[in-house]
Design a binder for this molecule. Structure first.
Ligand code: C2E
Ligand code: MG
Ligand code: MG
Ligand code: MG
Length: 291
């Protein structure tokens, strides 16, 4: 729905994109139940620093195991949730779950941050900064244990309000990233004014980089632009070694993708940390931890 809207700015009727189609309405009414009945869970995908070779954080990605429909992808249900006020309890649930898990990792001596994806409505919600502050306080976590991923379109919907909320979150020490960079409308002037620490280059550019000279140039120029603004760059969707090598040659800071690690549940992530060459430093800090 969002992709279609963004693409042409108008939409012709298509049941697949209709938020009020029977299937979607059924899904919506089930989602409230899903939150209450714990059908939702978070997977975590590693993010690594290409200069140090170390995993420094994970991104929380929601998964819904519906009792009859089976696995429902967030790409399918998040855009619908975003049209309703259900997005607020959903994000509260994700934040609480991710922050609780971050506390568990810290207790185990694992020092890395967790990133949570926000919807546009969350960013424009003036209660968000105090909600985040309260949750961090409850779990006794510093702001820098949390990263929030927002999109360009969320910022551009109401830049003044977004700026206010982002400033407040920034004051808490929370890291702020622009997700799917390059796919929405954005103004570089605003980027400069926002307390953004990181740009995540959308995987559509990254994955085409080797076949498409234009995508290669887009990625390379984005890295240069970001660095000139003292912003960190994460490449999304790294699926093989060749892409990783190219990104390193371009001076890209960080990477994420199936080649490094897939999204995993907390248990599988613990195994990955024990085995992956990106995690030697984490295994050390774990051994040295008093817990
Ligand atoms: P995103 O935040 O841009 O997340 C990256 C997506 O790319 C994830 O899809 C991830 O599984 C996938 N991915 C990661 N590495 C690779 C790779 O190497 N190749 C390919 N082909 N894909 C890769 P996922 O988990 O299906 O999530 C889709 C989108 O749903 C996310 O895109 C995000 O916008 C949204 N989303 C997921 N969880 C949440 C959430 O808790 N709250 C909100 N508001 N949105 C969420
Ligand atoms: Mg994201
Ligand atoms: Mg992304
Ligand atoms: Mg994306």
């Amino acid at each position: 729905y969002r992709a279609k809207k963004d693409m042409c700015g108008l939409s012709l009727y298509n049941a697949e994109y209709d938020p009020h189609s029977p299937k979607r309405l059924a899904m919506m009414s089930d989602l409230g139940k899903a939150i209450r009945e714990q059908q939702l869970t978070l997977f975590y995908q590693p993010k690594v620093n290409l200069k140090t070779g170390q995993c420094y954080g994970v991104e929380a990605l929601i998964r819904w195991f519906h009792p009859t429909m089976g696995f429902v992808s967030p790409a399918e249900f998040i855009p619908i949730v975003e049209l309703t006020s259900l997005v607020h309890p959903l994000t509260s649930w994700v934040l609480d779950e991710a922050i609780t898990q971050a506390r568990v990792w810290k207790n185990e001596g694992l020092d890395f941050s967790v990133a949570v994806n926000l919807s546009a409505r969350n960013l424009l919600d003036d209660n968000l900064p105090s909600l985040v502050r309260r949750m961090l306080y409850q779990h006794n976590l510093p702001g820098n244990a949390l990263d929030l991923e927002i999109t360009e379109s969320a910022i551009m919907t109401d830049p003044a309000r977004a700026l206010r909320n982002l400033d407040e979150l920034h004051e808490l020490g929370v890291g702020l990233s622009v997700d799917d960079f390059g796919t929405g409308y954005s103004s570089l002037a605003y980027l400069k004014r926002l307390p953004i620490h990181t740009l995540k280059i959308d995987n559509s550019f990254v994955r085409q980089m080797l076949e498409s000279h234009r995508d290669d140039i887009i990625v390379k120029s984005t890295i240069q632009l970001a660095h000139n603004l003292e912003i960190n760059v994460v490449a999304e969707g790294v699926e093989d070694q060749v892409l990783l090598d190219r990104l390193m040659a371009m001076g890209c800071d960080d990477a994420q993708g199936y080649f490094i690690g897939r999204p995993m549940n907390a248990e599988a992530l613990a195994d990955w940390i024990n085995e992956s060459s990106w995690c030697e430093h984490l295994r050390h800090s774990k051994e040295e931890s008093p817990d």
